[in-house]
Ligand binder design. Structure first.
Ligand SMILES: *Cc1c(COP(=O)(O)O)cnc(C)c1O
Length: 356
């Protein structure tokens, strides 16, 4: 029996810590990959109750799932838009991240067809080269966008980009490119209300990157950056605890019912100490559906062993042992592992801040 316990009160605490840290910028909660493996519906519902007004969804399918789990007044940002889902994005009023002229024209066509206005956030490529309008094409794209705004088929709500976060110098250069692009957009006659650039780490560490909106994923779930400051230093708590029960007690090891097929990365065997009723013990080996843990006095079938989370290592500690990151560990946990939510009643009047 394996379970991923998700402490929604701790999650709410993280949201409030983030909101006060980044103010006056507004936080967008990123919920891609099933809310980093925590389960999208409950995460969205609680975030909504705490006053989060913006959600970052990656693709249109996820954006529609956010809509289904919340209400029509939330703003949902999706930045992977394709031919076959642009119509849905427009019909459902999704804020579309647009990194090339083709997608801009596609959304404008859809809006024309549906006699409505597509919500667009233009992305400038500030050096990550993952997607985004190249700086040398930016002026053409914003000029084209301005004519579409005039026609009434698009609204340029925002200008955005994504940081590499590999060095402060690189991020500074990216910010310069970004600011110049936002100014060029203004000169072209666009009036974007939201500039957004930072994800968790830059939003926390660097005030000049917060701008109007920050897109926060990892930190909302209490997952610190690998090699970065500790959760407690950040004022955050990891919200998920992954545990498994003892299925068999042997001479030197116990067998727990969680393995590689449940999402445990095999390279952590022999490196990770897990939390047992007898204290910290080495996770010795990982098979498909089970793992062996060094035994302890009085070990019994049904005992709980915590792989990561409350009282044990964090998912980032675990990631660091194998040259990975906490998010990767979290999103690997099989959807077949039961998610169990813990929450007290949602407090009244605790809203993060009104939607911008
Ligand atoms: C994943 C993602 C984020 C959130 O990043 P974290 O480091 O988890 O906060 C923000 N923006 C974009 C475009 C992303 O893909």
């Amino acid at each position: 029996m394996n379970v991923l316990r998700v402490d929604l009160d701790a999650f709410a605490g993280n949201l409030h810590a983030i909101a006060s840290r980044v103010a006056p910028a507004a936080p967008m909660l990123v919920v891609k990959d099933d809310a980093y493996g925590h389960g999208l519906a409950r995460i969205v519902a609680r975030a909504r109750a705490e006053g989060i007004g913006w959600f970052g969804a990656f693709d249109v399918g996820t954006a529609l799932a956010v809509r289904a789990a919340s209400d029509v007044s939330v703003r949902v940002f999706a930045w992977s838009i394709h031919d076959d889902d642009a119509a849905d994005a427009v019909a459902h009023g999704i804020d579309a991240g647009v990194g090339d002229l083709e997608t801009l024209l596609l959304l404008a066509d859809e809006a024309r067809h549906q006699a409505t206005t597509a919500l667009v956030h233009l992305k400038i490529d500030t050096g990550l080269h993952r997607s985004g309008v190249r700086p040398e094409q930016w002026n053409d794209v914003v000029a084209r966008a301005a004519t579409l705004v005039e026609e009434g088929v698009i609204d340029v709500v925002g200008i955005w980009s994504h940081l590499a976060e590999s060095s402060d110098e690189e991020d500074d250069e990216a910010r310069d490119i970004f600011v110049a692009a936002a100014e060029a957009a203004e000169r072209a006659g666009l009036r974007p209300r939201l500039r957004h650039l930072a994800a968790s780490a830059a939003a926390f560490a660097r005030a000049e990157f917060r701008l109007d909106l920050v897109r926060v994923g990892a930190f909302a779930y209490g997952i610190r950056s690998a090699g970065g400051p500790h959760e407690t230093t950040l004022g955050l708590n990891q919200i998920a605890t992954l545990s498994a029960t003892v299925a068999e007690v042997g001479e030197t090891t116990v067998t727990v019912a969680i393995g590689a097929l449940d999402g445990l990365p095999s390279p952590i065997a022999g490196r990770l100490r897990v939390k047992t009723p007898g204290g910290q013990r080495m996770l010795r080996s990982i098979a498909g559906g089970s793992s062996e843990v060094e035994t302890w006095p009085g070990a019994r079938i049904g005992d709980e062993v915590v792989i990561y989370g409350s009282g044990a290592s964090s998912s980032t500690d675990l990631g660091e042992l194998i040259g990975s990151i906490g998010e990767e560990i979290a999103v690997r946990i099989s959807p077949l592992v039961e998610r169990r939510y813990e929450e007290r009643a949602v407090r009244e009047g605790s809203a993060v801040r009104p939607t911008r």
